[in-house]
Every structure is written in C-alpha cells, then in structure tokens.
Write a protein that binds this ligand. Structure first.
Ligand code: HEC
Length: 187
C-alpha cells in the first residue's frame, strides 16, 4: 500500500514537471509569436526602428565636405570627367541633407526653408560650376567654385552655424582616387 502511494506521488511529481515544462514551452512560443505579430503589424514600432537607424542630420554634410573638396582637386588637375562626378555627388548629398534636416532653426529662431535655399544655389553657383566643367574652363571653374563656397557659407550663417566657414581646400586631394587625368596605373 505504501509502495502504491509512493508510486502514485512519484507519478504526480513527474506529471507536474512534464506539464510545467510544456507550459513554459508553449507560453514561450505564444510570447514569441505575439512579438512577431506585434512587430509585423505595429507601425509605431517600425517607425521607431527606422528612426533609430537614420544617420544623424549632419552626416550628409560631412560627405558634402568630402565631395566638394575632391571636386576642387579634380578641377585643378583639369580632370573634367572626375570633376563632373564629384559635382553630382556634392549635389546629391546636399539634397539628402535637405531631406534629413528640412527646417533647422535659423538666427531668428524660426525654421529655415532648406529646400528653397538649395534650389536657389542649384540654379545659381552650382549650375555655373557645372557649366565651367562642361566647357573645360579652368578659370571659370575656380571663380564659380569660390562663389559656391560663399553660398555654402550663407546657408551655414542662416542656420546659426557661422563657425562652419568653408575654404578653398589645400593640402592634398582624395587619398585613394588619383586625380591625374594622365595616370596610367592601374589599367
Ligand atoms: C541649405 C543649407 C546648406 C547649404 C547650401 C550647405 N550647408 Fe553645409 N551645413 C548645413 C547644416 C544645417 C549643417 C549642420 C548639420 C546639421 O546639424 O544638420 C551643415 C554642416 C556642414 C559641415 C559640417 C559637417 C560636420 O558635422 O562635420 C560641412 C563640412 C559643410 N556643411 C559643408 C558644406 C559645403 C562645402 C557646402 C557647399 C558646397 C555646404 N555645406 C552647403 C547647411 C547647408
């Protein structure tokens, strides 16, 4: 009798463990699938995730600085196809900056309309730099490039960043791209 009772409680304990385990496994399964459903159908979560992976607003501008500097060196070497490439990259990154940061606070505290500022520059100094590249005109290129830098700076002043004063780049060109149009290596 004692043996039977012992076996019965042993069986209950085993059953208890088994169903407990089953409960844990199934509940984990439910939690996981609920999280999946949640992520799939929760636009807020998707938005938060997208916001968390968008680069900081200053990121395209770092690239504008890089491409605009390379544009100068390509023009100096009369490497017009390369200058044309860097001109396009500069313009695209400026547009990206405007998309990421369309209305930074201006000197009067109100948002600055970055898009119309850039539209003006694209139709002004940017267009003239492009024209000089197309005509392979070094003198016009240097003049219009400087006008472009003045436009860069006028936007920086408008957005309260007068400390970001551009200059005609000195030192060297891009370290890994050969700006020499007569380079022979690599083939
Ligand atoms: C339409 C306005 C606008 C124009 C045009 C503009 N910038 Fe900027 N620039 C900004 C803003 C705004 C920032 C600050 C970035 C931020 O906080 O979003 C900035 C920042 C920068 C920075 C600092 C990036 C860093 O964080 O290290 C550089 C370099 C720069 N600009 C270069 C240029 C050059 C070169 C041009 C012209 C070819 C130019 N910018 C034209 C608005 C402009």
């Amino acid at each position: 009798m004692r043996y039977v009772r012992f076996m019965r409680s042993l069986a209950l304990v085993i059953l208890g463990f088994a169903s407990g385990g089953l409960f844990v496994i199934t509940s984990q399964h439910f939690i996981a699938s609920a999280q999946r459903d949640n992520a799939a159908s929760n636009p807020d979560a998707d938005l938060q995730r997208l916001k968390s992976i968008v680069p900081p607003a200053s990121h395209p501008m770092v690239e504008v600085g890089y491409h605009a500097a390379n544009l100068w060196f390509a023009g100096q070497k009369k490497n017009w196809p390369l200058a044309n490439y860097y001109w396009g990259e500069t313009r695209n990154r400026l547009r990206w900056e405007v998309a990421l940061n369309p209305g930074p606070k201006g000197t009067d505290g109100n948002p600055v309309d970055m898009k119309s500022t850039l539209d003006g520059i694209e139709h002004g100094s940017m267009a003239k730099v492009k024209d000089a590249i197309d005509k392979k005109d070094s003198k016009a290129f240097a003049d219009e490039y400087k006008n472009l830098l003045e436009d860069c700076y006028s936007c920086h002043k408008n957005v309260n960043r007068a400390y970001l004063r551009p200059m005609v780049p000195v030192n060297v060109g891009p370290p890994i791209i050969n700006t020499d149009p007569a380079a022979t290596w690599p083939q």
